[in-house]
Write a protein that binds this ligand. Sequence first.
Ligand code: NAG
Ligand code: NAG
Ligand code: NAG
Ligand code: NAG
Ligand code: NAG
Ligand code: NAG
Ligand code: NAG
Ligand code: NAG
Ligand code: NAG
Ligand code: NAG
Ligand code: NAG
Length: 859
Amino acid sequence: METNINNPVFVLLVSSIFLLCSLVRICDGVDIIRQGQTVRDGDTLISEAEIFELGFFSPENSTLRFLGIWYKVDVKAVVWVANRNNPISGNDGALRIGVDGNLVVFDGNNSLVWSSNVSRFSSNNTAAILQNSGNFVLSSNESIGDTHGVHWQSFSHPTDTFLPGMRVPVNSAIGEYRAFTAWKSANDPSPGNYTVGVDPHGGPQIIIWDHIKRRWRSGQWNSVIFTGVSNMSNIASFLYGFKLSQPDENRTQYFTYNPSNPSDLLRFRVGWDGREHQLRWNEDEKKWEDLQLHPDPTNRCELYNLCGKYATCDNSNSLSCNCLKGFRPKFPDQWSRGNWSGGCERKIELQCQRTNGTGEPDGFKGLKCIKLPDLSNLFLSASNLDACGRSCLGNCSCNAYAFVSGIGCMMWTEDLVDISHLDQSGSLEFFYRLHHSELDGRRKISKLVIIIISLVGACSLMVALWLLWIYKKKPKGLPAVSSMPCCKDNDIAVLVQSKSKSKELSADLSVSSGILIDGNQVNRPELPIFNLGSLAAATNNFSEGNRLGQGGFGAVYKGELPGGQEIAVKRLSAKSCQGLEEFKNEIILIAKLQHRNLVRLLGCSIQGDEKMLIYEYMPNKSLDYFLFNEARKEKLDWRTRLSIIEGIARGLLYLHRDSRLRIIHRDLKASNILLDGEMNPKISDFGMARIFGGNQHEANTVRVVGTYGYMSPEYAMEGLFSVKSDVYSFGVLLLEIICGRRNTSFRSMEHTSLITYAWDLWNEDKAMDLVDPSIRDSCSPNEMLKCIHIGMLCVQDSAMHRPTMAAVMLLLESETPTLPMPRQPSYASMRSSIDADFISDGHEIVSSNNLTVTMVVGR
Ligand SMILES: *[C@@H]1O[C@H](CO)[C@@H](O)[C@H](O)[C@H]1NC(C)=O
Ligand SMILES: *[C@@H]1O[C@H](CO)[C@@H](O)[C@H](O)[C@H]1NC(C)=O
Ligand SMILES: *[C@@H]1O[C@H](CO)[C@@H](O)[C@H](O)[C@H]1NC(C)=O
Ligand SMILES: *[C@@H]1O[C@H](CO)[C@@H](O)[C@H](O)[C@H]1NC(C)=O
Ligand SMILES: *[C@@H]1O[C@H](CO)[C@@H](O)[C@H](O)[C@H]1NC(C)=O
Ligand SMILES: *[C@@H]1O[C@H](CO)[C@@H](O)[C@H](O)[C@H]1NC(C)=O
Ligand SMILES: *[C@@H]1O[C@H](CO)[C@@H](O)[C@H](O)[C@H]1NC(C)=O
Ligand SMILES: *[C@@H]1O[C@H](CO)[C@@H](O)[C@H](O)[C@H]1NC(C)=O
Ligand SMILES: *[C@@H]1O[C@H](CO)[C@@H](O)[C@H](O)[C@H]1NC(C)=O
Ligand SMILES: *[C@@H]1O[C@H](CO)[C@@H](O)[C@H](O)[C@H]1NC(C)=O
Ligand SMILES: *[C@@H]1O[C@H](CO)[C@@H](O)[C@H](O)[C@H]1NC(C)=O
């Protein structure tokens, strides 16, 4: 029906109804209550989208009246109760805005049963709105509906229900934060025995308390999931929707929840029976369905510390409690009767606890597929599993450790409690301290070897060594990216090798980082796999503010892991033509390249089409940031520049010759040279071409990846590449470092490029004119001329005539080398016209030297 709102009769009608309502009581379908209005029993406020309703209700089988908010669906679900401690016995309660501006509830005798109890207002002219989120917000009448000027809101005073959009603060200064209290029973909203909240220690976790005792915990939050909830560990994390915000100025973080499908009606409720339900409204079946239920009634292992300390709980077949290896029941009689509360104790005292001991140091035993014990103390400084293990071994009060991506190094200094078997726990590994004699592995192996030697002799040893070699050569795959199916053998004996005595351990351990797993020496940290979600969290959801730059293979973002470690995340843009498996292998290979002049790869993340590489973060950005800025280039004196040149040369030499992979960078340029805190250069993006171009060792490619101005003639024009094309780029870079200007900045001048400009000056014996004025006076001319000369050799047209990086390194290091004469580079002058044709559509692009061009060149 169409209503003509210009019709005066209609307007009169509407306004008179409105007037009538505002005088006495609230109209149905209104979501705001203002000064002077009343919500009586029977009236309700309804949120704009008709999702939530506020009014008086009675629980099932009860006549008492409560003011509450509920989901307005066929099966009313109460999400908030105001007067839970003070029920109203008759149907004459009323909600008003009090004279002081507070929300107040009166019973039939006009006595106050509930108040929002805000002590001070700027003005008593307030109003409250029931929002579509279910939040009931009291603010001043003018700013109603705004986010600021909120005096009070129901989301800050929840009862037993957590709703999407609520923020639960986490701050170790606050400590345990118990936000939600269950009803006393199904028909009594008064506060019951169970509370739910956040425990901020060692990766915050959700806890259900029974009075002051813990009843259930979610396991530590690893910035994507709660690690102890079995259904969460498969990476349906995006469906799961929890998020922990960045710390604000008071170091407070907030848990929030957003359903993957915003139209879902969802709630988390701690039931009067002490179980946390996640419920979703099913409109078709007209019922609330339980998505999650904790503690799960079918899994008693979810009950907190059911098996006592130092024991694991396993519910996979029937319920069973087992002492950890190296431990025995503390009260064997009770234990055998199924009273596990006493837990387990060590069979053999730790070496580090003995005063008389001069034996071997303690070691660690690994466990997999468990819910990590409670009460961890977060330890931030260790950046990988090995370092974490060493820190733990060095402190006798450390009982156990684990390194969890998204949390960092976790250590346990108290008794290990609430350990249970988890079907899927990804690759979580946990290590606890044992006396060395309780560890298998090292000793038995060496005995075995002795027996073999004595029995079969040296021949067999050779075979054994050969076999061992084969075993070691076997490529190790990355752990599966999604959740790993859980292993049967959850025992990995790990021994931290050390010959020193326990007292000197911490000092000595830094030298010996070799670790034995089941007797086999392995190169411990495989490349860590980061979770996409944790990277999103670390980089503020890849926000523009975190963006460091755009490289040829994708954008780079700054991130900070929850432990505080800063990282750079490269989000690879184009799809590589490789399969996932080759991609992984390639990255593992690349990760093994370690050199002080190469940026270190910390890990990767592969989920679907999203592929990311995680690098160490470089505080001083990249070379171009300093070199091409008038103010900042002051920081680069000639000594620094020379050491940068040498560093780049060393890194490149390693890539070309000394690494096993023989990598050709193909995109060397100033923005790919990152600088660490001490201005040491680190080459980044190495191996990218290899990843993207496949394992091409041939000198021809159909895809040209590189940056104009740095590309050698044969590469740009014919797609031919070799180590000599990198040498060309290095030459351009060297000249840029010397003259402090971008190669491309010469385009508009009579010298068409830096190279022709340099050549002209060099030819006229005025090479020193090339030098950046800011360093011209402070440098040594001989050194400078040598460098320019090397640069001119590197940028020669013919790849054959260019020196190798090894030769460049030699030339750089010798005092007075005899240098061959360079030939005139004609390509550079010729090329500028090609460039101009190619990039004709925008001066913006031309002026940006970061531009990376990928073009297809026909064979
Ligand atoms: C209400 O009472 C009925 C009948 O006694 C009972 O079946 C039902 O379980 C009760 N409901 C609640 C929530 O106690
Ligand atoms: C608001 O407070 C003033 C005094 O501060 C008082 O005079 C006035 O009556 C109050 N308004 C209402 C609606 O209660
Ligand atoms: C109101 O007061 C009367 C007398 O004081 C009392 O009997 C009655 O229970 C009260 N009603 C409520 C709803 O408190
Ligand atoms: C209101 O708050 C004050 C302190 O801020 C407290 O003492 C009082 O008990 C509260 N009243 C109610 C009804 O909650
Ligand atoms: C509150 O604000 C609304 C609109 O902004 C106005 O119509 C109303 O009169 C105000 N109420 C009071 C009590 O000031
Ligand atoms: C709450 O605790 C009390 C004693 O502490 C107990 O009697 C009662 O049964 C408990 N209620 C529930 C619902 O567990
Ligand atoms: C931080 O704490 C101060 C003092 O308690 C408070 O005024 C401020 O609003 C808080 N900041 C945030 C963002 O909560
Ligand atoms: C976990 O998921 C499985 C199937 O996905 C479901 O059957 C089970 O009830 C869930 N467990 C919990 C505790 O929600
Ligand atoms: C269970 O064992 C503990 C520790 O030995 C003991 O204190 C407790 O009384 C026992 N409980 C029962 C029900 O036997
Ligand atoms: C060291 O002390 C432990 C008890 O703390 C004892 O069992 C062991 O025999 C002692 N060893 C030596 C060598 O004295
Ligand atoms: C060992 O750890 C405890 C608990 O974290 C700490 O108090 C103590 O200072 C540490 N000791 C050493 C030597 O680091």
